[in-house]
Write a protein of this length. Sequence first.
Length: 421
Amino acid sequence: MERATEFLAGGCDSPVRSGWAVGGPMFVQGGASGAYAYDEAGRRYIDYVMAYGPLFFGHTHPALTRDLDARAAAGFVWGTTHRDEVRLARRIREHLPSMERLRFVSTGTEAMMSAVRVARAFTRRDAVLKFAGNYHGHFDAALIDAGASAGDGAGGIPSGVRRDVLVARYNDLRSVDDAVSTRTHDLAAILVEPIAANMGLVLPEPGFLEGLRERASRWGAVLIFDEVVTWLRFGLGGAQRRLRVVPDLTALGKIMGGGVPIAAFGGRAGVMSALAPQGAAFTGGTHGGNPFCVAMAHRVLDLLESNPQYYADVKTLAARLAEGLRAILSQHGLPYAVVQDESVVDFKFRAGAPSRNFDDVRRADTSAYAGYCHAMLHRGVLLPPSQNEVMFLSTAHSVEDVDATLAAAHFGISHDSKAMS
Ligand SMILES: Cc1ncc(COP(=O)(O)O)c(C=O)c1O
């Protein structure tokens, strides 16, 4: 720990990892395998952080780790266009037909930042609308009122950027109309997580995304779906196929690399033609579309296309975890809503219905979560060190892991309720 803070700024690469939202020492990892993380002493933890989303297959799926020497022998990065990335773009378009043209980058941040650039260049407008509690990465505009434990993230963001970022409440179309009222003529894009996973798990209410689609079209703005978490987590067609709302642009990341950094943005051919060399907007990147990460993304799609039962299996496991948590909470007289959708599970230390927006999430008891999180760690379960994050299950988790987690939660939740009383 001391070494970490001596050499790494704040001891980590991303503030949520420091544990600032739950207090106590940060988790220093020594290794990982399947569904498990290990600390430096070799102690095993059932891992629900799963690197904040990318590890749908757990840490070390053999189909992803095999023959990497052979891959590496062909080179990691070429800096040129190649057949495999064209084939990957084609495979993505088969699953997400709205992505008529796309471009590869390395991180979700880059994907969203680039999508916003394209939208502004295409519309020749400046303003963007986003939702409080949605996280789109750490570029300037995205950090305003972001979720994902970004804090207020205010430092280093020029006031000029703020002028062009309008913020509305998730699941609240009236707040969208209010936020945009004087800027409809100037609105370049609406940015949204179609299923929000950075303020806990918040599902879009019927009509919300449809309302955004209709408004974006009416106002001449570009609708950008941030599917960095949801694509592949919620099926090969992502949130857009499931919810039947077609965005103009989409950002992808996380699971698509199976753990290595590859992401993409793309959408309507006409909108994407705003990019150089056809148009005037520039995006680029040394590592964009590198053959190593592209090969890994092909492996991820191979696995998911040839094993459709993965989704049903992980969903069943997640439902078992959610049901078990509901039973434990009710035994302790805690009326908290447990939300589960596909392989994502979440609950907040707050009585009442599931959260609809960031205002609801802010009312949760963060110190109760902190106590729970530490009690679970003590019992061998690694939870995200912030209540804004969610639990991710993977194909590597087993029924035994879930049942061991529930046994720990029995202790963790009673520990918490005692602490609260
Ligand atoms: C929805 C969403 N968009 C964008 C990002 C940024 O992705 P990255 O951390 O790869 O830059 C994240 C990261 O958590 C995310 O959850």
